[in-house]
Design a binder for this molecule. Structure first.
Ligand code: ASP
Ligand code: MG
Length: 405
């Protein structure tokens, strides 16, 4: 089988780990598989490069920032290729450009538009292990563009799709996907498998195991992704399209986030265009809005509440007076101390009682729910940030997530 293995920054953080990864890839080849490797920058290199950039300029040019950041991954591929050759295996390090990864649009947030994998295929055919820089690509104008923080996962999935690989293996410093964050709930259990949809909800709802664009891409192409340890031999968690709907606990995991802010625009005249007037300026400022709730109107006045990331609150508040004036609302209120907790699982919306149980658990723990949102496979409650850990533990136990499947 052809596999694309991706190694994250902590798995290649120093010389010893790089040699370990080299040995691990070679062992895999001996088992009869073909391997293409994608790597991230060593350890905290990307953060350090960003710091360095800001130490020479207050507002570094985005083009040059990408020029700089892309070198982090380039270091890793060169070192890993050297280590593999030193261990007797032919290997070749390739930049995103050399590997044919084409991207569209903005510096710092490029999107992969296509992969021309001929070079990678040729290296494989010649018996050399292609080791490819994650997180970067080239535009049609041959400009280097990075793909957004954590996006080496996305590079790996895109390459696996382009090469028709049997699966992508995301090799990390954790052994797989857990029912919740083990730092909050030590009884969290590793899942054997999880569906793309569930993983996507867990990833975007604040569990940092895998880049959400990578999960999205894998889902579109039906590519299985194994999240596994680069350090120890452990089974890992398979992300794929199948689920045994009728048989198991429908709640698969609990996601959380402690950086939520809420803004309520009060007494908004209920007329067409109000929502557009409120959300357009926020969108223009690059502030993404998560949950939106509009109350039923009373005497043609309505309250409109939305949530954003806490780090965007200051910028949003700066826009609020003019937004209120534009829609004719007397004022607004803001709360920057919120968090959210979600139960995630295919089928929870169609099954009975999950919502009621979630609310009862939070009530019994004395936790006030500020807002509730749902998707087909998720129930989310916005609560006080400081109560999030308690909520995670209470829900984990109430839904019996520590019990093996
Ligand atoms: N090195 C990049 C980052 O730290 C990309 C990655 O790790 O996936 O964001
Ligand atoms: Mg990194």
């Amino acid at each position: 089988m052809l596999v694309v293995q991706k190694y994250g920054g902590s798995s290649v953080a120093d010389a010893a780990r790089i040699k370990h990864v080299a040995a691990r890839v070679i062992r895999r080849l001996r088992e009869g598989d073909q391997v293409v490797v994608v790597v991230s920058a060593m350890g905290d290199t990307t953060d350090e490069l960003i710091k360095l950039a800001y130490s020479v300029a207050d507002d570094p040019a985005p083009r040059e920032l990408d020029m700089l950041l892309s070198t982090g991954e380039q270091m890793s591929v060169a070192l890993l290729a050297m280590a593999m050759r030193a261990q007797g295996q032919e290997a070749v390090g390739l930049t995103g450009h050399q590997a044919g990864i084409f991207t569209r649009a903005h510096y710092g947030s490029g999107r992969i538009s296509r992969v021309e994998a001929d070079r990678v295929r040729a290296e494989l055919a010649a018996g050399r292990v292609p080791i490819i820089a994650g997180f970067q690509g080239t535009t049609e104008e041959m400009e280097i563009v990075t793909l957004g923080r954590g996006a080496s996962d996305t590079t790996a999935v895109a390459l696996a799709v382009a090469l028709g690989a049997g699966r992508c293996e995301n090799c990390k410093d954790v052994t797989g996907i857990y029912t919740t964050d083990p730092r909050i709930e030590p009884r969290a259990r590793q899942l054997k498998d999880i569906t793309y949809e569930e993983m996507l909800e867990l990833a975007t709802q604040g569990s940092q195991v895998m880049h959400n664009r990578a999960v999205e891409l894998a889902s579109v192409y039906g590519l299985p992704v194994l999240v596994t340890s680069s350090m120890v031999d452990a089974p890992g968690t398979l992300i794929h399209g199948e689920s045994e709907l009728e048989e198991r606990n429908r709640v698969r995991g609990i996601a959380h986030d402690i950086d939520v802010a809420k803004i309520t625009v009060r007494q908004v005249p209920d007329r067409p265009g109000v929502a557009a007037h409120i959300f357009e300026p926020l969108a223009e400022a690059g502030i993404s809005v998560d949950t939106i709730v509009q109350n039923a109107s009373d005497h043609s006045l309505t309250d409109l509440t939305f949530t954003i990331a806490r780090q965007d609150l200051k910028r949003a508040e700066a826009l609020m007076p003019s937004i209120c004036a534009a829609v004719g609302a007397p004022d607004y209120s803001a709360n920057g101390g919120l968090g959210k907790v979600s139960i995630v699982g295919v089928g929870i919306q169609t099954a009975h009682g999950y919502a009621a149980r979630m609310f009862r658990v939070l009530f019994d723990a004395g936790i006030n729910i500020e807002l509730i949102t749902t998707s087909e496979i998720r129930l989310t409650c916005i609560i006080a940030a400081e109560r999030v850990p308690d909520a995670v533990r209470a829900l984990h136990s109430a839904f019996e997530l520590e019990t093996p499947e």
